[in-house]
Design a protein around this ligand. Structure first.
Ligand code: AMP
Ligand code: MG
Length: 318
């Protein structure tokens, strides 16, 4: 059954906010394109985004915020980041900064990176929703993987209508093109990661030279075979684990093990496994085992994205 988009009056915003609080998926309009929104601090809700889009990889998502105050709780804002936010927010500029130490945003939304992408959308419905939820909303474009970004609620319903909980219809998007993404995570350079509505010269008028990201492909995961690898060596499809290895298990039938272990999902639920993946990898890695043995994960649905990430973690280090 496909969803009917609803007009975003106060009652609808209230409903949508409650739905997001409960881990639901709500598509909402921004000035760029329609976003597929979930509570960015809820691992499982973020996993549902990837499941709904059917993307075979975990790419990092933009967390949408109500303003600089919320942004500064999530990321480390130096002078340069503040200057850019002052100049372009609310608006179609996404800032990639280091995650703050107590950042509550799901590691899955950051695809395991130390950085976080933040944006304050310039749209009354998006703003109303974030303000009502009082949490950052992770929201990639609301289309199935590989599809065209939606600029009307009807596009969203057509592509994802059977996989969402609600669609807020705010009419056609004004800009219709994705946000410009820049990284200021080193506090010195402004690196253009994705060209978008805000042009290089508009950025340069505010902050001086903008560096192209070509030499910094490591920042966009998926581009590098071995990316965010844990310090420990990762061994896939493990049928057993040695005592000095850590075990990353999956499902009810786990191999006997005396060392550190975590289970991605004792019930064998792939969505739960995706939600736990980065947190558990990090926790095991922090124990400094000789290696991390990972039990087989089924290559079905979101399992494909889990295996993609694990394969990268296990790839030979350069
Ligand atoms: P979309 O969700 O379609 O708007 O795309 C999000 C864009 O932001 C992609 O190009 C991501 O690679 C980029 N992005 C999000 N988070 C990060 C991050 N932490 N580091 C680098 N790029 C990011
Ligand atoms: Mg997209």
């Amino acid at each position: 059954m496909t969803l009917t988009p609803i007009l975003p009056d106060q009652d609808a915003i209230e409903l949508a906010a409650n739905c997001l609080h409960d881990g639901g998926l709500v598509a909402f309009p921004t000035e760029t394109v329609y976003g597929l929104g979930a509570d960015a601090t809820n691992d499982r809700a973020v996993a549902r985004i990837f499941e709904a889009k059917g993307r075979p990889q975990f790419n990092p998502l933009i967390s949408h915020v109500s303003g600089l105050e919320m942004a500064m709780e999530l990321g480390q804002f130096g002078a340069l980041a503040k200057e850019l936010a002052d100049a372009f927010w609310p608006g179609p500029l996404t800032l990639v900064v280091k995650r703050s130490h107590a950042c509550p945003v799901s590691l899955l939304a950051s695809a395991g990176l130390e950085t976080i992408a933040l944006r304050m959308p310039n749209h009354v419905v998006a703003q109303g929703l974030i303000n009502r939820v009082q949490r950052p909303l992770a929201a990639p474009s609301a289309n199935p993987s590989g599809g065209v970004s939606p600029t009307t609620a009807a596009h969203v319903a057509e592509g994802l209508g059977d996989r969402l909980d609600m669609i807020l219809d705010g009419g056609p998007c004004e800009v219709g093109l994705e946000s410009t993404v820049v990284s200021v995570s080193d506090g010195e350079d402004v690196r253009l990661l994705r060209p978008g509505t805000i042009t290089r010269s508009e950025l340069e008028a505010v902050c001086g030279a903008v560096v192209s990201a070509d030499g910094h492909a490591i920042e966009a995961p998926g581009m590098l075979a071995s990316h965010y690898a844990p310090n420990s060596a990762v061994r896939l499809n493990a049928k057993s684990a040695s005592p000095n290895e850590a075990l990353l298990a999956f499902g009810p039938d786990i191999v006997p093990h005396t060392g550190p272990s975590e289970n991605l999902s004792p019930a064998g639920d792939l969505l739960e496994a995706a939600a736990n993946l980065f947190t558990m990898l990090r926790r095991l890695d922090a124990r400094q085992p000789k290696g991390i043995a990972v039990m087989p994960i089924p290559q079905a649905g979101i399992g494909e994205a889990i295996n993609d990430r694990l394969t990268r973690a296990a790839a030979p280090r350069s």
